[in-house]
Write a protein that binds this ligand. Structure first.
Ligand code: SF4
Length: 636
């Protein structure tokens, strides 16, 4: 073990969210502490939420705003001359975003936003004992770059001997090299995994040329020690959130209460993504390959953290549920004997109906499924590896199990086609009355994504900085290729589609249906589209069209076929589980189901659409699906 006199401060700036502590700070800090290095953490987003006001802080980072635009005020400290030139444009930009929705009329005015940014900036300068530390590391995600630059600049001007290190997705790879080229007050950048690089910097800072994953200056040149070495996730220490909770106690009761009510503790389950092919995604630029933590280790962490901080809400950190071990993980969570609630991101097409029941039993109350589209053509453009039928299944299973699914619809690809809109409209017609609507998400071309790397395949002639980047950075800085979000010029014009209306209409319908449901006398009456099983027949209640409520009664054969389609199944699979029904009859039954909108078909695959509702006292449905394949991922 090495001993060093290095004293490290790790900083997470706004505009990170407050509902979940930064995982990067405790991850890096515990790794260093295990090697006897003194590390403090500064969870400064907590103080920022305190100064802006917790509700206003959330308005700044939630749609129609986002944490990237929330950084605007920090151009004032990082680039004062540029700020003087663009201040009025910044105000127009800020006012325009905040006036989009009347829900946001209690947002901070621009002058108050600047005023509170000044107060926060001053507070950070005055209240952190920078002299104590030899190295200050900033963790940079989406909305933290400019606030970190502003403070790093201040530290270097005041204490030139301090070592300033940046790391995180915003400074990975080539973009990290450019950042080092432009900002002379940043000494090093850790590209990719930070644990070992940071440790080596603390104990052998003189040998920086040998440190893996480090970007540094050498004789006017910027060098990058690329490395494929990766840490084994099970070898990482169990995280301590002591400093987070200590700092939480120093902020206003409103911020503390907000965390107590909405907060959850992050538990890392994997790094990278086992799919890693979606054309809009740059989430994996930091990770060369996919790795999972063992189920035993995940459980050990949840138990330890839950006991220590008396917390029962967790967010599993990984781009998606574990590829193979998700059932083991759910079963282990179920057996924990705690009333835990969990959030995780998941892929459609990965799990069966039974798996969603297991998810619910394990404590998953909210998930985010990577739905992105209800058009098969669009999903192929996105290279999502899931089908529309998988997306509907994911939403249906969540609804059946009372799992809140928060998901996005990504639109406005540069090569979007009329068929993308038409297919989506057709799908939405079938489900908008009883499945919850998405958040509309305009495509942003992100540095490192496949669209960014292959623009010609997506009808893009050239990139230029997004308007927000021209406000955040002076043009001479942007010219050095430090942009992270890009606008584009099209090769060929494309048709515009009214996605806003499509989604708004869906939201309005669901809102109305939800209000109407509240006044219904029994739980069953509250459902819009569901079935009940009579053993030898099935009744389907379809209230999707208010004017013509339909009740279908299925006979014994139809019942078998219908129950065979509770999961996504191929024609051949339905055939295997309904051996007494001749092929022609099976095809006719499925055709009539499809025609009546009670089964969704995509190519040779089928899925029943009404919800399976199991109020107490109802018998368990036949387990016809237990032999179905899972992990059905369809490569485009
Ligand atoms: S969007 Fe999700 S599934 Fe797709 S590549 Fe990115 S992390 Fe993986």
């Amino acid at each position: 073990m090495h001993h060093t006199s290095a004293k490290v401060l790790l900083v997470a700036m706004p505009f990170a969210g407050v509902t979940i502590p930064s995982i990067q700070l405790p991850l890096l800090a515990e790794y260093l502490r295990r090697q006897n290095i003194h590390v403090d953490e500064a969870h400064l987003y907590l103080k920022a939420a305190d100064i802006y006001g917790i509700l206003q802080y959330y308005k700044l980072i939630s749609p129609p705003n986002d944490s990237y635009a929330a950084q605007l005020a920090y151009a004032r400290y990082a680039f004062p001359k540029h700020w003087r030139q663009v201040q009025s444009k910044c105000q127009s930009y800020y006012d325009k975003i905040n006036n989009i929705s009347t829900e946001h009329d209690d947002c901070l005015s621009f002058s108050e936003y600047i005023n509170r940014s000044d107060i926060f900036y001053q507070w950070v300068m005055d209240n952190i004992d920078w002299k104590k530390y030899t190295l200050v590391g900033f963790t940079l995600n989406y909305g933290q770059f400019l606030p970190s630059l502003a403070i790093a600049k201040y530290i270097k001007e005041r204490y030139p001997e301090k070592i300033i290190v940046f790391g995180g997705s915003r400074t990975t790879g080539d973009i990290g090299k450019h950042v080092l080229e432009v900002f002379d007050y940043v000494d090093y950048i850790v590209s990719s995994e930070g644990e070992e690089a940071l440790y080596q910097l603390c104990v052998h800072s003189d040998m920086y040329q040998q440190i893996p994953n480090l970007i540094y200056r050498l004789d006017e040149e910027i060098k990058w020690n690329k490395s494929q070495k990766q840490i084994t996730l099970d070898s990482l220490p169990i995280l301590s959130f002591d400093q987070f909770f200590t700092q939480l106690q120093t902020v206003s009761p409103e911020v503390q209460q907000f965390f107590q009510y909405h907060g959850r503790i992050p538990v890392e389950i994997s790094r990278g993504c086992w799919w890693n092919k979606c054309s809009f995604c740059n989430l994996n630029i930091q990770h060369a390959s996919y790795r999972e933590k063992s189920v035993e280790r995940i459980l050990e962490e949840i138990k330890a953290v839950s006991e220590k901080y008396k917390i029962l809400c967790f967010e599993l950190i990984g781009n998606t549920l574990p590829k193979k071990q998700y059932r083991n993980l759910c079963n282990a969570l179920k057996d924990l004997g705690k009333d835990i609630t969990l959030f995780v991101e998941a892929r459609a097409g990965q799990m069966s109906r039974e798996d969603y029941i297991l998810l619910k039993e394990a404590g998953f109350t909210t998930i985010q499924t990577g739905i992105e589209s209800f058009s098969s053509h669009y999903l192929q453009t996105m290279n999502k590896g899931a089908r529309v039928i998988d997306n509907i299944a994911a939403l249906k299973f969540c609804k059946e199990n009372g799992i809140n699914n928060v998901y996005n619809l990504i639109v406005n690809y540069p090569n979007e086609e009329p068929v993308d809109f038409e297919q989506t409209q057709n799908t939405v017609q079938l489900i908008q009355q009883y499945l919850d609507p998405p958040n509309l998400c305009q495509l942003r071309v992100l540095y490192g994504s496949p669209i960014y790397s292959h623009p010609e395949q997506f009808n893009i002639r050239s990139f230029h900085p997004a308007p927000i980047d021209t406000l955040l950075f002076p043009s001479e800085v942007l010219e050095k290729n430090i942009g992270f979000v890009f606008d584009f010029t099209l090769r060929h014009e494309k048709t515009q589609h009214n996605w806003d209306d499509l989604v708004q209409q869906w939201k309005d319908i669901r809102h109305r249906m939800t209000l109407e449901a509240v006044h219904q006398p029994t739980p069953l009456n509250r459902y819009v589209f569901y079935f009940v099983d009579g053993g030898s027949f099935i009744k389907i209640y379809d209230k999707r069209n208010k004017e013509t409520v339909q009740i279908f009664t299925l006979d014994a054969d139809e019942r078998k076929v219908f129950l065979g389609c509770l999961d996504v199944v191929s024609f051949e699979q339905v055939q295997r589980i309904t051996p007494g029904i001749p092929e022609y009859q099976l095809a006719a039954i499925l055709h009539s189901f499809e025609k009546n909108g009670i089964v969704y078909r995509e190519d040779n695959y089928y899925l029943s659409l009404p919800l399976s509702i199991r109020p107490p006292g109802f018998k368990k449905l036949e387990k016809q699906q237990s032999k179905l394949e899972t992990n059905i991922i369809h490569q485009s």
